[in-house]
Design a protein around this ligand. Structure first.
Ligand code: UFG
Length: 342
């Protein structure tokens, strides 16, 4: 049974990945500082998998505390590093907070990988590194564009740091996963996305509007160069995304002689506009979403969707869940949260 360290394992993508790892027989140790998640997530994971993962509350910027985890749980073979700040707007307001948190934690992990016998890293990157791609669907070898935000820049710099570190220390290996737009929740509705305050992302705002917490969804822009004028993204079900992490870990552990860092797009290959997503949500749930068209949001790209062929072929992974099915899980999760609020 492989022992896997998951940083940010109580977060949105982290928690769904822990479920998939445990379902595949891995022993998971979560470290998380709970800055944007809660201990209750551990109960949610246990209710799905029948097993509560080991948990250490700590900040990955605290090198000493992180080093102790390797001593306490000897034999960690791979690290999946989710822990990071991720709000684009906040990163513009507080760039140093973002650079410090997202990069110091990565430096600590890379240093400890060199010192401990944990040579394999799966890193959470983002399609934000492509900016507005010149060619769509975007492939992994598309040029990295100047970042639109300090958050996006932390992902670009992180990829470079990983590349340089692994080039210098051939014992280390990494798979960097470039996520497109993860949405939805586990079908059990035991875990899901827990937005802090007013959601920035589209789907939590949609579900909160549908349930009556928010009055109206603002559609940011209807004057883009797209068929209906609203911006296009590649929405991928969080459980499909989580499964790719299990395959990435297996690929690292199986191919012990393969060196270096690999980059994979994790998307469906299909782009949907904001208005199409709203239609799909209403069709899937039979619930109306109040909306109003407002100006474009600063920093948004017009359209981006993935070419996932490399992940399909090399990881043996494919996102197969339909848009309506993934949106249904987001709605079930919002209803479960509402039941708890009452
Ligand atoms: N949108 C709205 N109204 C809202 C929220 C979003 O119209 O209330 C629109 C956005 O303008 C965008 C689309 O819905 O066109 C998706 O927006 P999200 O905020 O959900 O996602 P983004 O594509 O902006 O951001 C995501 C990740 C970031 C990452 C970025 C890379 O959340 O972490 O992709 O493109 F940096």
């Amino acid at each position: 049974m492989s022992k896997i360290l998951v940083t940010g394992g109580t977060g949105y993508i982290g928690s769904h990945t822990v479920v998939e790892l445990q379902n595949n027989g891995c022993e998971v140790i979560i470290v998380d500082n709970l800055s944007n998640s809660s201990m209750d997530v551990l109960e949610g994971i246990a209710s799905i998998t029948g097993k509560k993962p080991a948990f250490e509350k700590l900040d990955c910027c605290d090198r000493k505390a992180l080093a102790e985890v390797f001593k306490k749980y000897p034999g960690i073979e791979a690290i999946i590093h989710f822990a990071a700040y991720k709000a684009v707007g906040e990163s513009v307001e507080k760039p140093l907070m973002y650079y410090k948190n997202n990069l110091v934690s990565l430096l600590n992990i890379l240093e400890l990988m060199g010192e401990e016998n944990a040579r394999n890293l799966v890193f959470s990157s983002s399609c934000t590194v492509y900016g507005q791609p010149d060619v769509l669907p975007v492939t992994e070898d598309a040029p990295v564009k100047p970042a639109n935000s300090p958050y996006g820049n932390t992902k670009q710099i992180a990829e470079e740091i990983i590349r340089d570190t692994i080039h210098a220390d051939r014992r280390l290996k990494c798979i960097a996963l470039r996520y497109f737009n993860p949405v939805g929740a586990h079908p059990s509705a035991a875990i899901g996305e827990l937005p802090n305050g007013t959601p920035n992302n589209l789907i939590p705002f949609v579900t909160q509007t549908a349930i009556g917490i928010r009055e109206c969804l603002r559609v940011f822009g209807d004057d883009y160069n797209t068929p209906d004028g609203s911006a296009i993204r590649d929405y991928i079900w969080v459980v499909d995304l989580a499964k790719a992490h299990v395959l990435a870990v297996e690929r690292l552990l199986k191919n012990r002689n393969r060196q270096g860092v690999e980059f994979f797009n994790l998307g469906t290959g299909k782009g949907l506009s904001v208005l199409e997503i709203l239609d799909a949500f209403e069709k899937a749930t039979k619930v109306k979403v109040n909306r109003t068209i407002v100006a474009r949001r600063e920093g948004d790209v017009e359209k981006v969707w993935a070419e996932p062929a490399f992940a399909n072929k090399e990881l043996g992974w494919k996102a197969e869940t339909s848009t309506e099915d993934m949106l249904k899980t987001a709605w079930e999760w919002e209803k479960a949260l509402e039941a708890k609020r009452r």
